[in-house]
Design a protein around this ligand. Structure first.
Ligand code: HCB
Length: 214
């Protein structure tokens, strides 16, 4: 089995130790750490989500899988940071948050890692963040882009609320919003009037750079 498949399997098994040792092995073999996250660990997490949905896996196992993935990503973090390009503020400031009611932050943290190594200063508001808090902070620091994450169909609904609120305050033009997270699609992003969408962290860097330049 190739190493990426083993990584996915280690996440599914919730085996943190194995995730860490595979991540170390990947670094020793000079694999691209971003590729390793996207094609290895994240694939395992997709399977975990499917198994949870079909009742084959339960919450404790999903939590264990999340911890295992976090352990693996932590090993890859320095390698991603060392390949960083661009000065800290080349593209300006990005406010990141997982939306209100949503505790999922693994994806948002990967987006943060990549943006922070791509010329953005990051203001990470964390998870379960109220729309008003995101707007206040973005306004206060004159953010160049707002990146919001939602992993549940129930919390996605706060994204259009964020955009409407920005419109009502008359500051939508100066604060572009990028949306993402597993249930979010490009079509939906357009429908709610978001300025950008990204399927993954690499896409988030591309989208954020495009929005910040404007
Ligand atoms: Co969670 N959970 N979960 N969960 N969870 C999901 C999201 C379900 C889809 C699983 C399922 O049923 N198939 C489901 C939601 C269903 C729905 O939409 N209605 C679900 C549920 C139901 C729940 C609970 C309600 C379960 C319960 O308590 N009964 C509960 C929610 C609590 C709450 O939020 N209020 C819950 C809890 C958990 C944990 C704690 C066990 C754990 C989260 C740990 C953590 O994040 N610290 C967890 C996990 C791990 C998942 C799955 C398995 C994986 C999510 C993940 O980390 N993926 C997920 C299933 C799935 O998504 N397929 C499942 C890996 C990352 C790397 O991918 O998509 O987050 P990502 O991020 C990508 C990409 O989207 C993009 O870049 C990232 C990197 O490439 N991106 C952005 C992300 N954000 C962006 C923002 C931008 O602006 C731009 C791009």
């Amino acid at each position: 089995m190739d190493i990426l498949k083993q990584m996915a399997e280690a996440v599914i098994a919730g085996d943190a130790e194995h995730c860490v040792s595979l991540a170390k092995q990947a670094m020793e073999n000079n694999l691209d750490p971003v590729e390793v996250i996207q094609q290895g660990f994240s694939k395992g997490m997709d399977t975990v989500g499917g198994k949870f949905e079909s009742g084959e896996m339960f919450l404790p196992e999903m939590m264990q899988a999340a911890e295992a993935m976090k352990g693996g990503v932590a090993v890859l973090k320095p390698a991603i940071e060392s390949t960083g390009s661009g000065s800290l503020t080349e593209f300006g400031k990005a406010v990141l948050a997982t939306i209100q009611g949503d505790m999922h932050d693994i994806g948002k943290n990967i987006v943060k890692l990549l943006l922070s190594t791509s010329g953005f200063e990051i203001i990470d508001l964390g998870k379960d963040v109220k729309v008003a808090v995101i707007i206040d902070k973005a306004e206060e620091i004159h953010a160049d882009v707002i990146g919001v994450s939602a992993l549940m169909t129930t919390t996605m609904g706060y994204m259009p609320e964020l955009i409407q609120e920005l419109q009502e305050l008359g500051i939508k033009e100066e604060l572009p919003v990028m949306v993402g997270g597993a249930p979010v699609t490009e079509e939906w992003a357009k429908e709610i009037g978001a300025d950008g969408y990204a399927k993954d962290a690499v896409g988030a860097v591309r989208t954020a750079k495009g929005l910040a330049k404007k």
